[in-house]
Design a protein around this ligand. Structure first.
Ligand code: SAM
Length: 257
């Protein structure tokens, strides 16, 4: 099954930009917690626009950044090696790596459990694996401009999470399963960090919802979203009077003994 979104498109550029603004700070915190040193060799999987690869390159010896679409990785920092590769076929480089990180990648790949095994094998003794993904914890609203907007929000989330995503192999449970899978794969000191925040229309979280809605429009229409619903939903995502919780983001870390 192919990745649902188009990394190389204009919408893909904004998608990655919003992700960085929402999640780079908690990601940096989780990476700092496992301990960064100038002698580390790192692997960044599903690197997107390279924001985390660049951040790691400033703090470690070497970063290999892998993505199926490297068109957003043209301007990476010195010290980042870019490899275009489909991770459904396994890893494109030999380990060992002292740190392997992937954010919002494995939840998208139906082959996630086999890939996790390959990733663990590529860790150096003492090396850390850090995986960040989001969950399907309900995105409660805090304020809706019109009473009917609650039902629309619920419907659009239902179509995205329960109809479109499963058909494309996306897992909303993987983030919660990661700690158990890391432990089963032999990692130790396994630990999960949770991060969440609210978003108002016109801010990064809602703008990301809008962006994903636009990228998935044909699939949402096929799942039953109407013209009027898509139009109103997109208005809401830019209306500051709309406020809701954004996705719960879990970052799970484990160390190879
Ligand atoms: C949701 S984006 C996350 C990007 C980045 N990790 C971030 O959080 O900002 C998923 C990334 O995984 C890449 N990707 C999707 N399927 C892939 C595959 N089979 N092999 C390698 N990369 C893949 C996409 O091109 C995209 O850059």
């Amino acid at each position: 099954m192919d990745y649902l979104f188009d990394t190389g498109s204009e919408l893909g550029t904004h998608h990655l930009d919003h992700l960085g603004k929402l999640l780079n700070r908690p990601t940096a915190w989780a990476l700092e917690r496992v301990g960064l040193r100038p002698d580390l060799r790192c692997l960044e999987l599903g690197a997107g626009n390279g924001s985390i690869a660049n951040w790691l390159a400033a703090r470690t010896r070497e970063v290999v950044a892998v993505d199926i679409d490297t068109s957003q990785l043209n301007d990476v920092a010195p010290g980042v090696q870019v490899i275009r590769h489909d991770l459904r076929d396994g890893l494109p480089v030999e380990g060992p790596f002292d740190l392997i990180h992937a954010r919002l990648l494995l939840m998208h790949l139906p082959e996630r459990e086999q890939l996790l095994e390959r990733i663990v094998e590529a860790l150096a003794p003492g090396g850390w694996l850090v995986l960040g993904d989001i969950t399907d914890r309900p995105l409660e609203t805090l304020a809706v401009p019109e009473p009917g907007d609650q039902g629309l929000w619920d419907k659009m989330l239902h179509l995205s999470h329960n109809v479109v995503s499963p058909a494309r192999g996306i897992s909303w449970t993987f983030a919660r399963e990661t700690a158990g899978l890391m432990t089963a794969a032999g990692l130790v000191d396994v630990d999960v960090m949770e991060y969440s925040q609210t978003t108002a229309g016109g801010t990064d979280g809602c703008l990301l919802h809008l962006n994903l809605n636009q990228q998935a429009e044909p699939l949402l229409r096929a799942a039953g979203a109407t013209d009027d619903e898509l139009t109103r939903y997109r208005e809401l995502m830019t209306n500051p009077a709309f406020r809701a919780w954004f996705y719960e983001f879990l970052v799970t870390s484990g160390r190879r003994p």
